[in-house]
Design a protein around this ligand. Structure first.
Ligand code: HSE
Length: 402
């Protein structure tokens, strides 16, 4: 049998996850010819049983490989590996959401020019085969919108704070120990990791290439126990959501008060609720981070890569971002930011002096400006009318309308 030769770049959580499954399966269709790690001293020989470390060896292995699995955590290296492999017509399987999302246009062009295959199921929602659903099964169906929990680390932190009263720092430490967090966990908690995943899912769903730097991105890094318990005491949960309303051209990342099925997604699980043209609403849930979840996604891509010709079935389109108004919970970090808030927000429905939060009606773009002028402010999306009612009815002391 003509085995497919695989070269693996990176041996962190994802690389190890893939290697574990590769060893377990002993699939005669594949042969791992090398593992390229940047710093061999970080790994014991038992950890990296086959490896190439010097550049000459790497070049030889690269020329022999049919499939390149890229799961480094280094932005520059990851980008070079992906582009170089595609330019050489190799099949590329990548888990690097930041590299893919920030260079999507170029990567897709190179892929098309060289007729190479590119798969990245591990780059968003890990074990959930949502990309495959989007570009295979639903390739000829319009996707109206989706709403998703895409960062396992943030979801884990929120769950631990809410259910166990664990501090933010302790919960983040645990997420790091469990292999959920990025090498730089700022990406997880600031919402950027979710924004990269939103970009990749939007592309698979529509062919639209978003620029993550143009999106409104709010993380969970300034949330307090007050916010978490405010939600809990009112039968709600706070979840970091990626929202894509494709019909209305609205895309953003923000924590939200939720009470629908997304509220039941805890720990490092991810979930995606998609509204299709004919299939209507579908809900996908599964493990979103960690060794086995990401390893499984890479393994699935490797198997699929043998049978498919193309993974990009919708024509590439430029993105248009439309402004929208919505209801938001805003906790200011500094009293001096109050003036900024008043200058950016159309309508303040409630001000709660005791807990220092505002319920406002504001546009997405004005919130983007507010965040620039008032950093560390925590914004939480109010998704449902019932939640808005709850806050406005319970609120005390102050109501102001421009
Ligand atoms: N750091 C990521 C997360 C890993 O927590 O979701 C999986 O992409």
């Amino acid at each position: 049998m003509n085995k497919k030769k695989i070269l693996l770049y990176g041996f962190g959580t994802v690389g190890k996850g893939f290697y574990h499954i590769y060893q377990d399966k002993k699939n005669p269709a594949f042969e791992l010819i090398g593992i390229i790690v940047k710093n061999l001293t970080k790994h014991s020989p038992a950890d990296v049983p086959i490896h190439a470390y010097n550049t000459d060896n790497e070049k030889i292995l690269f020329s022999q490989a049919d499939v390149i699995i890229e799961c480094t955590s280094n932005y520059g290296e990851g980008r070079d590996i992906i582009l170089n492999a595609l330019e050489n017509g190799k099949t590329v399987i990548s888990a690097s959401k930041k590299v893919l999302a920030e260079n999507l246009s170029e990567i897709i062009q190179v892929r098309e020019k060289h007729k190479a295959k590119l798969l990245y199921e591990a780059a968003a929602a890990a074990s959930i085969p949502v990309f495959k659903a989007l570009y295979q099964h639903f390739s000829d169906e319009k996707i109206k919108n989706f709403k998703a929990i895409l960062n396992g680390t943030s979801n884990f932190i929120l769950t631990k704070m809410e259910a166990e009263g664990l501090s933010y720092t302790k919960a983040l430490e645990q997420a790091q120990q469990l292999g959920y967090a990025e090498a730089d966990p700022f990406l997880d908690v600031s919402g950027w990791d979710t924004a990269y995943k939103l970009t990749l899912l939007t592309f698979a769903a529509t062919g639209i290439i978003l620029n993550p730097h143009q999106l409104f991105i709010e993380g969970i890094d300034n949330l307090t126990f007050q916010d978490i318990y405010l939600a809990k005491n009112n039968g709600l949960k706070i979840k970091l959501l990626a929202i894509a309303d494709i019909e209305k051209e609205i895309y953003f990342v923000c924590p939200a008060f939720v009470s629908d099925e997304l509220a039941n997604i805890d720990e490092a699980f991810n979930a995606i609720k998609i509204e299709y043209e004919y299939a209507k609403s579908q809900f996908y849930a599964g493990r979103g981070a960690g060794k086995e979840a990401t390893g499984s996604a890479i393994w699935g891509d490797l198997n699929l890569s043998q049978n498919i010709l193309d993974t990009h079935t919708k024509p590439v389109q430029k993105a248009t971002l439309t402004n929208t108004y919505g209801y938001w919970f805003i906790r200011l970090n500094e009293p001096s930011y109050t003036n900024v808030l008043y200058s950016k927000v159309k309508e303040i429905l409630t001000y709660n002096k005791m807990q220092n939060y505002y319920i406002v009606h504001a546009s997405l773009f004005s919130l983007q400006e507010l965040k620039k002028l008032a950093p560390n402010t925590q914004i939480i999306r109010i998704e449902h009318q019932e939640t808005l009612k709850l806050f406005t009815q319970q609120s005390v002391s102050y109501s102001f309308q421009f």
